[in-house]
Every structure is written in C-alpha cells, then in structure tokens.
Write a protein of this length. Structure first.
Ligand SMILES: NC(=O)c1ccc[n+]([C@@H]2O[C@H](COP(=O)([O-])OP(=O)(O)OC[C@H]3O[C@@H](n4cnc5c(N)ncnc54)[C@H](O)[C@@H]3O)[C@@H](O)[C@H]2O)c1
Length: 259
C-alpha cells in the first residue's frame, strides 16, 4: 500500500484503502514518506484486529521502491497487490508554478508509478498473479475549472496512460492493472491544499458534487479492494471513476441556461 499514511491528520484514500484491505484479510505493508502517519495507519489496523508492517520510503526513489518490494518478499514471500496511491496536488496557475514544483509533482505522481510498478511486476510475473491499482483524478480526464495546476492534471493523465500500457503488456502474466479516477474526496491532502479556506472550499466541493456531498476515502477504498480481489480478474486496463457522477455531469453553466 504505497501512500498508506496521510499528508495531514485524518482519513485519506490511502489510509482507508490500507485498513479496508486488512479487513478483507490482506497482510498489508504500509509504505509512505510520512513514517509517523504510516505508523498511525498500522495502529488503526491493529485496533481493528489486523496486522500491518510499515516501511518509510520515498516513492520517487528507485532504491526505496526496490527495497520496498525486497522487504515485502523477504517478510511475506509474495507481492500480490500494489495499490499505488501516493500523490501530491498543485493549485498554482501556469505562471506561478515553478519548474521545481512542476518536477516534484511529476516525480511524486508519475515517476512513483513507474518505479513502484516495475519493482512489483518482477515477482508478480514469477507468481503469475498480481494486481496493480493506480490513482488518477477527474482533472486528468477533463477540464474542471481554474485552480488546478498544469502539472497536476498532466500528471494524472500520465498515470492513466501508464496504467493502460502496463495492463496490456502484462495481460498474459496473470496480472491486472487498473486505475481509479478519483473525484472530489474530502481528504487530508485537500484540507492541506486549501489551508485556512478549507471549510469554504469544502462547501463548494459539496455543491459541485452531483450527490451534493464530496466522497470519502472509503468510497475509493472499497473500489480498490474489489479491483484487488480474485473476482476482478477480467477487469484490466480500466479507468473507473469514484466521483459521484461528476465526470459525466453537464457543466453548471449549461444546466443553468447559460450559453
Ligand atoms: N482527495 C481528492 O479529492 C483526490 C482527487 C483526485 C485524486 N486524488 C489522489 O488520491 C491520492 C491520495 O490522496 P489523498 O487525497 O487521499 O491524500 P493523502 O494525503 O491522504 O494521501 C497522499 C499520501 O501520499 C504520501 N506521499 C506524498 N509524497 C510521497 C512520496 N514522495 N513518497 C511516498 N509517499 C508520499 C503522503 O504522505 C500521503 O500519505 C493522490 O494520488 C491524489 O492525487 C485525490
């Protein structure tokens, strides 16, 4: 579970997924750059009666991703599931975002998939069984308005394409690769991104959701747990939205009668 901590206190997509996978019987390895947050997730799993092992690692480092897989193999003998949920956002416009910020978003959101997946694919190919689940966003699919950095949307589109390509390359190896396309989920990452305006933006995101309310990390977690299961064996190369229908919604300007 890559990104199983959280960027700030609370329940994000990765933390909920780690707990849900443990509830469904998985031996979960929680990997995150925020070791303390990963430990918190492990404690939550322990309270729940499950068990989890923590690895503090940077998903942008090839050495860390290789050692994540090597440690998992030496401890459990297999790597069945890679849920690659690590990500950071960005809200600056094209003029304000610095080159360093662009590079960081691309490294954390895209290179992390490339490095973690290729590390996990080797044992999965040998086992002839594997599940890789990545995290894209509705902003990687289409324009949703200002306030999303160029790097964030572009990085999430790249995650989806990487996942499609891996899905087909390894379809005959007993491995499936799918992408969850996450919509407006109330998470530590979004709280952090909106800072002191979190309540205002939270209310705005609730209104923008077709259901009238943002989703939670659990909505994502249940989908990922299904994609990780035996039953999902014929779902491959899919991008599945968890967005309350946002990605098929007619823009408000049209439904309000605007032109
Ligand atoms: N919350 C939303 O509305 C939303 C919408 C679309 C997509 N997403 C995606 O969902 C995923 C999870 O985000 P979240 O909103 O649940 O926030 P989150 O803060 O709970 O999860 C992100 C995790 O990634 C970890 N991380 C960041 N950089 C890392 C690195 N270099 N190495 C290892 N771990 C690192 C953070 O410590 C954190 O635990 C992200 O990929 C995000 O882009 C979220």
């Amino acid at each position: 579970m890559n990104g199983g901590g959280s960027a700030a206190p609370g329940w994000g997509n990765g933390r909920c997924t780690a707990v849900q996978l443990a509830r469904e019987g998985a031996k979960v390895v929680i990997v995150d750059i925020n070791g303390a947050a990963a430990q918190e997730t492990a404690a939550l799993i322990a309270q729940d009666g499950g068990s989890a092992f923590v690895i503090e690692a940077d998903a942008t480092s090839e050495a860390d991703m290789n050692s994540m897989v090597a440690t998992t193999l030496s401890r459990f003998g297999r790597v069945d599931i890679l849920a690659q949920i690590v990500g950071i956002g960005g809200r600056k416009n094209i003029f304000d975002e610095t080159e360093e910020e662009w590079d960081r978003v691309m490294a954390v959101n895209v290179k992390s998939v490339f490095l973690s997946a290729r590390a996990a694919l080797r044992p999965m190919i040998e086992q002839r069984w594997g599940r890789i689940i990545t995290a894209s966003s509705i902003v990687g699919l289409r324009y949703v308005g200002k306030g999303v950095s160029m790097s964030y949307g572009a990085s999430k589109a790249a995650v989806a394409m990487l996942t499609r390509q891996m899905a087909l390359d390894f379809a005959r190896d007993g491995i499936t690769c799918n992408c969850v396309v996450i919509g407006m989920i109330d998470s530590p990452m979004t709280q952090l991104a909106f800072g002191e305006h979190a309540a205002k933006f939270g209310a705005m995101r609730d209104r923008a959701s077709p259901t009238g309310k943002q989703g939670t990390g659990w909505d994502t977690a249940h989908l990922i747990a299904f994609l990780a299961s035996e039953e999902a064996q014929y779902i491959n190369g899919a991008e599945i939205p968890v967005d309350g229908g946002f990605s098929v919604k007619v823009p408000d300007v049209y439904s309000d009668g605007g032109s």
